[in-house]
Structure formats: C-alpha cells, structure tokens
Design a protein around this ligand. Structure first.
Ligand code: SAM
Length: 237
C-alpha cells in the first residue's frame, strides 16, 4: 500500500475523510520522511513506522481540526514538541495562523524547518508557557489553544487557559484517562475562567481510547495565574 492509501484509509476509518485530500497526503508524506530523518539524530518520537506515525501522530492531531470551525483562527499549541498537533493542523488548515510553543528549542528547529519546507503558517515560540502567559503580547490573545501530552488537566488548564481570549476555546487532546482528569480539573477550569462546553470520547483505532475536552473562556483568568511551574506542580488547582 502507498503512503497516500494508508493516510486516506486511516482518516476515513476515523470519519476524518474531509481532511484526506491528495494535496494533504503528499505534504504528510514529506513530513513523515523528514520526521524519521530528523529523529535519527534528535529524539522527537518513539514511533517511526509509517502506519504508526500516520495513526498516532497525524490522525490523532487531526482529530482537533473540526474544533477550528469555518473561520480562520489564531491558534496556539502549548508544548508542541516535534510539532503535534500543530504541523498536521497547519497542513489541513493553512488558512489559520499557528504559534508552536515549547520550552525545548531543538524540537522547535524541526517544526520551523517543516513550516519552511511545506510553506505552513507556523511561528515557533521557544519559551515556558507559564512565563509568556503573563506577558501582554501573549496573554488572552488566542482564539484557540490546543495541547497534547503535556500535563494532567488541572496543571494543563493553568498553562493554557491564560492564553485564550474572551469567547475563545481551549481544546485538550487526552488519552483514555481524560474523563478522570476532567473530574480532577473542575475546580481549576472554573477558577481560571473556563467552562466545559463539550467532551468527546472515541477510539483512535488500535491506538486506543481518546477524549477531547473543549473549554470556553467565559471570564478573564485572574492575574495571579499562571503561577511559577514549581507551584503549579506542587499544588495543582
Ligand atoms: N505535544 C507534543 C506531542 O503530542 O507529541 C509533545 C508532547 S511532549 C511529551 C511534552 C512537551 O511539552 C515537551 O516537548 C516539553 O518540552 C513541553 N513542555 C512541558 N512543559 C512545558 C512548559 N511549561 N512550557 C513549554 N513547554 C512545555
């Protein structure tokens, strides 16, 4: 089977076929080859087989795409690592503007190289989330904040919700434990100005259970948040 066939079949099985265009497939093939090449000298991922990357990185990231909606949004990915979900989202929604934030600059090197090679609308931001979220340039500036595999939800809300503008949303891509994390995070969501507006549980093929939580920003985040990382970690809201 060709790369394109595997990509189209994987997305179709997940009901994401509207993102399975030929143009997207050819960009994902370049991204896959570049990821494996970069990963041979700088660790970005433990998953390198073609079907595994398509399912666990590309399709998993694209599950956030329907939350963008019709409008072109200003999107921030907190803790994007090697570019997930930012890179796949930028391939399927090149009309939006993406900021890829991570504290590890060498991972962002790959994201910037891919943005350049594939002409994707991504700006990289090497920084700690809890530090830049306190600055007027980034605080409450984004229509949509996304994040995958960065922290448990109470901590993650403190790192992400301060970036969301009034009426904007934070979409957390979670594993099978997402509902348990949601129960733990109810206090944090309210305290930080958020309100849960949707939750979706599904199975990402053989990768297993996934939960997507969509949180709207209904009030400004109090100025005291986010706290220093040691405090967020020691005493999650
Ligand atoms: N989101 C990517 C993915 O799903 O493949 C990367 C996940 S990786 C397990 C977690 C990433 O979050 C790391 O690259 C780490 O540097 C970043 N990270 C963790 N805490 C952070 C913080 N406070 N500010 C910025 N980046 C952070």
């Amino acid at each position: 089977m060709t790369f394109s066939d595997t990509y189209v079949n994987t997305l179709t099985a997940l009901g994401l076929d509207s993102y399975a265009t030929d143009e997207a497939a050819s960009k994902f093939e370049v991204l896959y080859q570049s990821l494996v090449a970069f990963n041979s000298h700088t660790n970005l991922t433990a998953i390198t087989d073609e079907a595994g990357v398509i399912l666990r990185h590309f399709a998993d990231s694209i599950t956030a795409a329907p939350y963008i909606g019709e409008r072109s949004l200003n999107v921030l990915d907190v803790g994007c690592g090697g570019g997930f979900p930012t890179l796949p989202l930028a391939i399927v929604r090149p009309d939006c503007r993406f900021t890829a934030l991570d504290s590890t600059a060498k991972k962002l090197t790959f994201v910037a190289q891919m943005a350049d090679l594939l002409s994707l609308p991504i700006t990289t931001l090497p920084a700690r989330a809890e530090e830049v979220a306190l600055t007027p340039e980034y605080r409450e500036r984004y229509d949509l904040v996304v994040s995958r595999a960065v922290a448990r939800l109470p901590m993650l809300c403190e790192l992400c919700l301060p970036f969301v503008k009034a009426g904007g949303r934070f979409v957390a891509l979670k594993g099978a434990d997402g509902e348990v994390e949601l129960a733990e995070a109810e206090h944090a969501i309210t305290k930080l100005g958020g309100k849960l507006v949707s939750q979706k549980s599904f199975t990402l093929g053989e990768a297993g259970g996934r939960v997507i939580l969509e949180i709207e920003k209904v009030r400004p985040t109090p100025a005291t948040y986010p706290r220093a990382f040691a405090k967020i970690k020691k005493a999650p809201l």
